[in-house]
Design a protein around this ligand. Structure first.
Ligand SMILES: [Fe+2]
Length: 226
């Protein structure tokens, strides 16, 4: 029987250092234990993949779908984390009675696509493409594998919930408030990227883009004017 990953590479200090280099916002997670577990979680995800670091993961929403014209997965994760934290800080300033856990939102946003180390892995993609009848295509989408990695790494249930339910998988459950914030930030990020001309058009998800026409981005407008 074929299984993958056959084994996880050992998690090294270098891997953890590169996780923080790629996602510097991790250092803003105030709870030290949560911060270290998020770093461990990403290092574990990378160690079970053929990627060397997060910034090697393509910037796709799903493999081949919502494909960024430029930029890798780290930029998406950082963007979602920054947008999500801004939402929390807004409510904390004007409605401090709203009980939203900023650390869970930040760590959850930075880990929400942790399973893309699996779903976007070219080794997995090739296996699933070569024989889609064997284990499915994909066998596990990134939200499901992401929740698995979170729990394996010892991250709290709140973060695993954000990993599994930030996406349409979450439509089958009641999302937590922190998951709602990350989900909305994620949808906002992809929608603005699509309408702003940053996504390859024939990879659009109709549900996210049918109400908009993309505006050419500045690089394209400049080229067209030359
Ligand atoms: Fe995402």
């Amino acid at each position: 029987m074929l299984t993958y990953p056959e084994k996880f590479r050992p998690v090294t200090d270098r891997m953890k250092r590169e996780v923080v280099e790629d996602l510097p916002e991790l250092m803003d997670v105030r709870d030290e234990k949560l911060r270290n577990l998020a770093i461990e979680g990403w290092a574990l995800a990378i160690s079970g993949s053929s990627f060397g670091r997060i910034s090697e993961i393509p910037g796709d929403g799903n493999p081949g779908i919502m494909v960024l014209k430029r930029g890798t997965q780290d930029i998406h994760l950082r963007g979602v984390a920054r947008i999500a934290v801004q939402m929390v800080d807004h409510f904390a300033e004007f409605f401090p009675e709203a009980d939203i856990d900023r650390d869970v939102v930040l760590a959850g946003a930075l880990c929400h696509d942790i399973g893309k180390a699996w779903e976007c892995d070219p080794v997995n993609q090739k296996r699933w493409h070569d024989d889609p009848t064997k284990v499915g295509k994909p066998s596990l989408r990134h939200p499901v594998y992401g929740a698995h990695i979170c729990l394996m790494a010892g991250l709290p249930e709140e973060i695993a919930h954000i990993a599994v339910a930030h996406s349409p998988e979450g439509d089958t459950v009641k999302r937590s408030l922190e998951c709602i914030v990350v989900h909305q930030a994620d949808v906002a990020w992809w929608t603005i990227a699509a309408v702003g001309g940053l996504i390859v058009e024939d990879t659009f998800i109709p549900s996210m883009t049918r109400h908009f026409l993309p505006r050419p981005n500045r690089n394209e407008s400049r080229r067209a004017a030359e």
